[in-house]
Design a protein around this ligand. Structure first.
Ligand code: BGC
Length: 888
């Protein structure tokens, strides 16, 4: 038995850990059959400058349990220090194994560097005359109207008497940066430092740059663009640039440790110089404009003559909000080659990458003449063979490059990203056959944990579409969409999708960091905005919307259940409570009718209108319930009792206001019924009637859904829970409008924002709001794991300690295979046809127990691999409307 995937605060080997609270965690791989963990122990040592194990700092002692995480309880760690840690596992056979990992602390607030930005004096040419390298072309002026601005090129030379043993670069920006040492990039991260609520926290990154330094002359340099800080963000752009400030700035500290124990620091200060380069304009939403002829060759190297560069201006900004990054940064996670290239009569090329994705392209400029202008426009769909960009609203999603005529040149924009499947190339004057272009996929680089495959091409495609939408929208923050002028951290979208996200990847660090943005954006009243971070110049997000603000309760609860971190729940509890108390304060007598400034309802439902008060009432009860459970988990007995009784009182109110004697929920929509059934809002005696109404509505509509963002997240799981998995499958396999299958039939490679994003009868939906990459309606991913494959936690389990394995086997699949790297280790469930029955295989990590529920049989298992068989005639028959109503 071995520990693997060693993490500290949800991350592997961070170099800038600034948090005070540390939690060591690992997963367990199986050992000898039947063996489990008898004890575990965590030890922490300092690491010497040579990378060897130093002195012992903390020893947890041998803990006689099979838990897979330990909270650190040793002395406060020093800034900028390296540590090693080991977890030792003793199994019940007496076999001991140990695994080690490492991490480093960051500057922990001890910044001495200054912010630096654009200088004021002239740049000089080789004769010493003032010279503006800008060309001031018409294209440049048109980019100015988009509020795109030129990035900075910054450099500073310094001398070293010898090479250091260890060098770390700590770096951030008011904007987004790329840093270089002697021409080598520091790290491989993209769009750093990412986006957080900058008013509260601005993250910095640390890089090991030891190998890039040399004795003698060295140069530290950076490109810095506007990014989220000073560029266009949110919607109504062209007015919304410069949200956090109009000055793009950079900050860095290079810490060098030498063999003789001495230490040297190179920081950003007034010794830096700047001059613009080949990137004329760069903006996240608008794109990037390069003139290759303006490239300052060699500027990253110490041999470069920077005499014409002008001194930077040193800023006065504070360094107090700087904090080591808490989650994996954005990186290039894949490259995609074109599936086809079509040439239009106009001479433009349409490149199809076959996949809607988030990122940029890399284009070879070979074969172009000096001065040739190539323009790249990005879009998600085509209309009549041409690029359709109306749905991007004011996002230009356009990159422009002016070639310099030298072969071997490559263009790749660095400070923008687009959401696209298609690329239109205009102005390509090279041979058509030489158009060489690759899509570069960007995403927060979160470790994948889930895999799901079946014998159905349609369902596999749906699952891949969900994964691609998560990848494309988890870019620094959980965004709604990657293509149009919006790209905001909408709270409901994250709330409904978080359970799916937590199957697909290890989102512990990523979403728990985002929750800090939510906490910090919460009003003193407890009101939670619709998006986090809130772009500072926006005023319309402070609405307190049901299903949106509830993210402040639901997402922490989702993460607590998946990763079992009590300290995290403790951290979130005040914000959870403040939100629930806020709703109560503004609705002392009613269920939730006040403060609904922006009740979005069951957003983007089709042909059904769930009354907004049903939505708010249901969510209020849901959040109050979860708050009571959180209080109980934290041992807050009085609060647990209070919120449980509040929830009971609210249920009665809800029932008297919204559920009639025949079990009809006001509005009679699928979503209304789903709320009531999923969250137990009705008395037990009425459940079967209510389930009957839900089932009847679905069947009367030809087994089709009407649910929007909120309802859809409960749809298949609730049908399964009431004993109608057969109907959930009908909806899953549905290919008529509206359904996931319909979007796939019409070419979807990601989840669409709306069921009717494109329909045969009406074409594209309104260009005002029609994204083809929005994960909210993909929240069904959760049920693929928990319903189809049947992996879920027992009701009172956290951190996947106790499982309930209940695959919903159906003749619609001959094979289903799911695997999941849970908090404790790998869980696998597969089922397949075998002879005239089914074979079900289940694997669970050591020390994890599970109840396996199969047609006509249940089993109790613990860690290891298990197989079961049952005959096909044991499968449940198809049911009549609402016939089988079980409570689970
Ligand atoms: C966003 C959604 C969001 C909704 C709420 C849209 O513009 O894209 O994801 O939840 O607004 O109004």
């Amino acid at each position: 038995m071995k520990a693997y995937a060693l993490r500290v605060n949800g991350r592997e080997k961070p170099l800038e850990l600034d948090d005070d609270h540390l939690r060591f965690a690992w997963r367990l791989s199986p050992g000898a059959a039947g063996a489990t963990v008898a004890a575990h122990q965590v030890e922490l040592w300092s690491e010497t400058a040579e990378g060897a194990q130093g002195h012992l700092i903390w020893n947890s002692g041998e803990i006689p349990s099979d838990e897979v995480a330990v909270d650190y309880a040793g002395p406060t760690l020093r800034a900028r220090s390296a540590y090693r840690w080991a977890v030792t596992i003793v199994d019940t056979e007496g076999i001991t194994t140990a695994e080690t990992s490492r991490f480093e602390t960051g500057l922990r607030g001890g910044w001495s560097a200054a912010w630096i930005g654009r200088g004021v004096g002239p740049w000089l040419d080789s004769t010493g005359e003032a010279a503006d390298p800008r060309v001031g072309t018409a294209i440049e002026r048109s980019w100015q109207t988009m509020y795109a601005k030129p990035p900075l090129q910054l450099r500073r030379e310094f001398q070293l008497n010898e090479r250091p043993n260890r060098a770390r670069l700590y770096v951030s920006a008011h904007g987004i940066y790329r840093a270089y040492l002697n021409g080598t990039r520091a790290g491989v991260d993209e769009l750093t430092p990412g986006w957080t609520r900058y008013e509260s926290r601005l993250e910095y990154q640390a890089y090991d740059v030891t190998e890039s330094l040399q004795e003698g002359d060295n140069v530290l340099a950076a490109d810095v663009a506007d990014g989220w800080w000073a560029g266009n963000i949110g919607y109504n752009t062209r007015r919304h640039a410069d949200q956090y400030g109009d000055r793009t700035e950079f900050i860095a500290e290079l810490h060098l440790d030498f063999a003789d124990g001495t230490h040297q620091v190179v920081t950003t200060d007034d010794r830096w110089v700047e001059k613009p380069g080949a990137i004329i304009m760069a903006d996240l939403l608008m794109g990037e404009y390069h003139d290759a002829a303006l490239a300052t060759d060699g500027w990253l190297l110490p041999t470069f003559d920077a005499s014409g560069w002008r001194p930077v201006e040193v800023g006065t900004g504070s360094t107090e909000t700087l904090i080591g990054q808490r989650a994996e940064p954005v990186r290039v996670v894949a490259e995609v080659l074109p599936m086809s290239i079509e040439w239009l009569p106009s001479g433009a090329a349409i490149v199809d990458f076959g996949q809607n994705l988030t990122g940029r392209v890399r284009l070879s400029l070979t074969g172009l003449e000096r001065g040739d202008i190539v323009e790249l426009r990005h879009g998600e769909v085509l209309e009549d063979g041409r690029l359709y960009t109306d749905n991007l609203r004011s996002a230009e999603a356009r990159d422009v490059v002016v070639a310099n005529g030298s072969d071997g040149q490559v263009f790749e924009p660095l400070f923008t990203f687009h959401g696209f499947r298609y690329l239109e190339v205009q102005g390509w004057r090279g041979r058509p056959g030489s158009l060489d272009v690759t899509a570069i996929v960007l995403s927060s680089d979160i470790n994948p944990t889930g895999d799901f495959r079946t014998s159905s091409a349609l369902v596999n495609k749906l699952y891949r579409n969900i994964v691609w939408s998560q990848r494309g929208n988890f870019v620094a923050v959980p965004m709604d969409c990657p293509q149009r002028d919006e790209r905001l951290g909408w709270t409901a979208d994250t709330q409904v999708f978080a359970p799916t996200a937590a199957w697909n990847s290890d989102v512990e660090a990523f979403l728990s960091r985002w929750l800090l943005d939510v906490n910090d954006s919460q009003a003193p009243s407890g009101n939670v905005p619709d998006v986090a971070p809130v772009p500072p110049l926006s005023t319309n997000f402070e609405t307190g919307s049901p299903g949106w603000g509830d993210a402040a309760v639901i997402v922490p609860w989702t993460l607590y259940r998946a990763y079992g971190d009590r300290a995290f729940l403790e951290r979130q509890f005040p914000a959870m409570k403040a939100w629930v108390d806020y709703i109560a304060a503004v609705n002392p007598t009613t269920i939730w009718t006040n403060s609904l400034g922006n009740n979005h309802g069951d957003w983007l439902s089709v042909d059904a209108h769930t009354p907004k008060l049903v939505v708010s009432g249901a969510y209020r009860i849901r959040s109050t319930d979860l708050l009571a459970r959180a209080a109980q988990a934290l041992g807050k007995v009085d609060e647990a009792a209070y919120y449980a009784s509040e929830a009971a009182r609210l249920r009665e109110l809800f029932q008297s206001e919204f559920i009639d004697e025949e079990g009809r929920v006001l509005g009679e929509t699928q979503t209304g019924y789903l709320f009531v059934l999923a969250w137990d809002l009705a008395p037990d005696a009425q459940r079967s009637q209510i389930a009957g109404h839900l089932v009847a509505d679905i069947i009367n509509r030809g087994k089709r859904l009407t649910t929007g963002f909120l309802g859809v997240s409960l749809l298949c799981a609730t049908l399964t829970r009431i004993g109608r998995a057969d109907l959930a499958y009908d909806i899953l396999f549905q290919e008529q409008f509206p359904s996931w299958g319909y979007s796939i039939r019409h070419g979807a490679t990601t989840i669409w924002e709306r069921w009717d994003g494109y329909t045969e009868h009406a074409g594209f939906q309104s260009k005002e709001m029609n994204s083809f990459n929005h994960y909210s309606l993909g929240s069904v991913g959760e049920w693929l794991f928990s319903g189809v494959a049947g992996i879920s936690q027992a009701d009172d389990s956290i951190g996947f300690r106790r499982l309930r394995i209940e695959p919903h086997v159906t003749s619609r699949f001959s094979v289903v295979e799911a695997s999941f790297e849970s908090f404790r280790g790998k869980i696998t469930v597969s089922w397949s046809e075998e002879g005239d029955g089914y074979l079900v295989s289940v694997g669970v990590p050591p020390g994890t127990s599970a109840e396996v529920i199969l047609p006509g049989q249940t089993h109790e298992i613990t860690g290891g691999q298990h197989s079961f068989r049952f005959a096909a005639d044991a499968l449940p028959a198809q049911h009549g409307p609402g016939s089988l109503v079980a409570r689970g």
